[in-house]
Design a protein around this ligand. Structure first.
Ligand code: HEM
Length: 539
C-alpha cells in the first residue's frame, strides 16, 4: 500500500496504458469492413472476431425481429464477424429501403465459400452475382423467359406437372392412407425449371437424378447461410487445417458440375437426334440470336433451377399444412365454393382454364401463403453501390443490407393485430351474399416482401405464383385435405421451419389425408390427364 501511494502517478499511468492497450486490442480484433455508421443504432455486446454472430444464433431473422420489437429501432447495424451489415425490419422501412434506393442497392455481396470455392467452375447464379454487365445480361434473359407474356407458352407444362401431382397423390393416398406431400411438390417445382432450361423432366417422385439435384442444391444453399458458415465472416477460420467447410464445398461443387454437364449433354444429344424441346439451353446451343457466353447460359439455368426448387415447395407445402388444420377447413370450403362459382364445369376448367388465376379466394390463399410463410426470411443480401441517406445516418457504399422479410411480413403496424395469423381473407372483401372479391388495394403495389422489391427483386415471382395457384386449384377442386392426427403440420410462422439456419426454409415434415369430393370426377379428369402425359413423351 505504501509502495502504491509513493508511486501513485506511475500506477495511474500504467493503468491508463493497460486500459488503452486493451481497448485498442479489442477494437482492432473487432474491426469491420465498414466502420461504425454514425446516427444508426447498433446492437450492443459484440465479440472480437465474431461480432454478433453468436448472439444472432441460428435464426438471424427472428433475433432481429425481436430486437426491433424490444428496442423500437426498425433499422440498426450488426457485425457479422468482420462484416458490418444494416438490418431493416418494419414493412414500411423494407419497402422504402428497396424501392426508394433501388439503384443504390443493386449490388450483392460476395462470400468466400460460395463465390470463391463453390462457384469457381460454373460461375455465379444471378441471385449471387455482383452487379456488372454480365449480371445485367443474365438477369435480362431470365426476366424475359419468366415474363408474364411468356406464361401462355408454358400452359401445357403447368397442365402436365400439376396433373402429375394429383395422379400420384391419388394413387398413394388411396383407402385414406396418409401422405407427406413435399416430395410431390419438389418434383413439381424442379420439373418446371428443368423443362424451361433443358426441356427435360422426370416422371418419378423418387427419381435418382431429381433427388441428387435437390440434395446438392439444399446442401449448397446451407453453405451460403451466415450462421452455418462462419468462415465467410471470420477469415482466420479459413486457415484451420483440414477445413471441413471447404472440403464439403468442393465435394458439392463436383457433384453439381456433374449433373449440370449431364443435363447439357442430354440436350446436345437431343439436338443431334432432332428430339430436343424448345428450352433456354437448346436455343443457346443452336446459337439463336444470343450474346451470352457458355458460362452465362449455365449460370442462368442454374439460377432458374435453384431459384424455385426450395422456395416453391417451402411456400406451397406449408400452405397445404395450414389449409389442412381445423381452422383451414373453412378456407378450403370457401375456396371450393369460389372455384365452383367461377367454373361451373370443373372438367372443362381442369383442361384449359385453371391457369387464368380468376378465382379471388385462391388468389388470396396464394398471397397469404407467400406473406405468412416467408421462406427466404432474410431475403438475399444486398450491397450498396453509393451512399444511402437514412434518417440522419449515411450508410456508405459497399455496406451489406439485410432485409428482414419475415419481420416486415408480420408487422402488426402494417398488417394489423392478426399479422401473426394465417388468414387469406385479409386480402378479400366479402359481400353480404357471401361472395368474395379481391380488395382493390391488394391488387397493385407491393403485397408482401417475400419476393423482395426494387432492382434485384425476384424475376420468378409470376411463374411461382402461377405454379402455386395451379396446384391449389387442382388439389382443392378434387379433394378436401385433412391433417394427420399423429403427424400434424406445424403452422407457426417461425417454427414451421425445420432448419433455422437455412437460406430457404425447409418445412417440418407432416402428413395429410385426401378425401375426394366426387370420386367419379376425380377418376375422369385424371384419365384425361393420363392421355396428355403420353402425348408429352410421344412428341
Ligand atoms: C415462392 C417462390 C419464390 C420466392 C419466395 C422467391 C424469393 C426470392 C427473393 C426474396 C429474392 C431476392 C429478392 C431481392 O433481393 O429483392 C429472389 C431472387 C431471385 N429469384 Fe426468386 N423466389 C421464388 C421463386 C423463384 C423462381 C421459381 C425462380 C426461377 C424460375 C426464381 C428466380 C430468382 C432469381 C434468378 C433471383 C435473383 C434476382 C437477382 O439477383 O437479380 N425465384 N427470389
Amino acid at each position: 500500500m505504501a509502495f502504491l501511494s509513493e508511486n501513485w502517478f506511475i500506477d495511474v499511468v500504467i493503468a491508463i496504458l493497460m486500459f488503452v492497450v486493451t481497448q485498442w486490442t479489442w477494437e482492432y480484433l473487432s474491426r469491420t469492413d465498414i466502420p461504425r455508421i454514425r446516427n444508426l443504432p447498433e446492437v450492443p455486446r459484440y465479440m472480437p472476431f465474431f461480432g454478433h454472430l453468436h448472439a444472432l444464433g441460428d435464426d438471424h431473422a427472428t433475433f432481429c425481429e425481436k430486437w426491433w420489437r424490444k428496442s423500437g429501432d426498425s433499422v440498426f447495424q450488426i457485425r457479422l464477424g468482420n462484416t458490418r451489415a444494416v438490418v431493416v425490419n418494419s414493412f414500411a422501412d423494407c419497402k422504402k429501403m428497396l424501392v426508394s434506393n433501388s439503384q443504390a442497392l443493386i449490388d450483392r455481396p460476395t462470400l468466400y465459400t460460395f463465390h470463391g470455392v463453390i462457384s469457381s467452375t460454373k460461375g455465379f447464379t444471378i441471385g449471387s452475382s455482383p452487379w456488372d454487365d454480365s449480371c445485367r445480361n443474365k438477369r435480362k434473359a431470365a426476366s424475359t423467359t419468366l415474363s408474364k407474356a411468356m406464361m401462355k407458352n408454358y400452359y401445357p407444362m403447368f397442365d402436365l406437372e400439376s396433373y402429375c401431382i394429383l395422379r400420384d397423390l391419388h394413387r398413394d393416398s388411396i383407402y385414406g392412407r396418409e401422405v407427406s406431400v413435399r416430395p410431390y411438390i419438389q418434383r413439381y417445382a424442379l420439373n418446371t425449371t428443368l423443362t424451361l432450361c433443358y426441356g427435360i423432366r422426370m416422371d418419378e417422385v423418387y427419381d435418382e437424378l431429381l433427388r441428387e439435384i435437390l440434395e446438392v442444391g439444399s446442401a449448397i444453399s446451407l453453405l451460403r447461410s451466415a450462421s452455418e458458415n462462419y468462415q465467410d465472416y471470420v477469415p482466420i477460420l479459413r486457415y484451420i487445417p483440414n477445413n471441413k467447410k471447404t472440403a464439403r464445398s468442393k465435394e458439392l461443387r463436383g457433384r453439381r458440375d456433374a449433373y449440370l454437364d449431364l443435363l447439357l449433354n442430354k440436350v446436345r444429344e437431343m439436338i443431334k437426334n432432332g428430339t430436343d424441346k424448345p428450352c433456354i439451353s437448346a436455343a443457346i446451343l443452336k446459337d439463336e440470336e444470343t450474346r451470352l457466353t457458355g458460362v452465362e447460359v449455365g449460370s442462368i439455368c442454374l439460377s432458374l433451377v435453384s431459384g424455385g426448387f426450395e422456395t416453391i415447395p417451402g411456400t406451397l407445402v406449408s400452405c397445404i399444412g395450414s389449409l389442412s388444420t381445423p381452422a383451414g377447413q373453412i378456407f378450403q370450403e370457401r375456396a371450393y365454393e369460389d372455384i365452383m362459382r367461377h367454373h361451373s364445369d370443373l372438367k372443362e376448367a381442369w383442361s384449359n382454364d385453371f391457369e387464368k388465376e380468376t378465382v379471388p379466394y385462391l388468389n388470396a390463399i396464394v398471397k397469404e401463403a407467400g406473406r405468412y410463410y416467408t421462406v427466404s426470411n432474410m431475403s438475399l443480401p444486398r450491397k450498396t453501390v453509393t451512399d444511402v441517406h437514412w434518417n440522419g445516418a449515411i450508410i456508405p457504399a459497399k455496406t451489406m443490407i439485410l432485409i428482414n422479410a419475415q419481420a416486415g411480413n408480420h408487422d402488426i403496424d402494417y398488417f394489423g393485430p392478426d399479422a401473426g395469423t394465417f388468414n387469406p381473407e385479409r386480402w378479400l372483401d366479402a359481400s353480404p351474399g357471401g361472395t368474395f372479391s379481391e380488395k382493390s388495394s391488394s391488387s397493385h403495389g407491393l403485397s408482401h416482401l417475400s419476393f423482395g422489391a426494387g432492382s434485384r427483386s425476384c424475376p420468378g415471382a409470376t411463374i411461382a405464383t402461377k405454379l402455386i395457384y395451379s396446384a391449389l386449384f387442382r388439389l382443392l377442386s378434387l379433394y378436401r385435405i385433412e391433417a394427420s392426427e399423429t403427424d400434424p403440420p406445424n403452422t407457426d410462422y417461425v417454427d414451421y421451419n425445420a432448419i433455422k439456419s437455412a437460406l430457404v426454409a425447409i418445412p417440418r415434415d407432416f402428413k395429410i389425408r385426401l378425401v375426394p369430393r366426387e370420386e367419379r370426377l376425380a377418376g375422369e379428369v385424371l384419365r384425361v390427364g393420363e392421355e396428355r402425359t403420353r402425348d408429352f413423351y410421344k412428341e
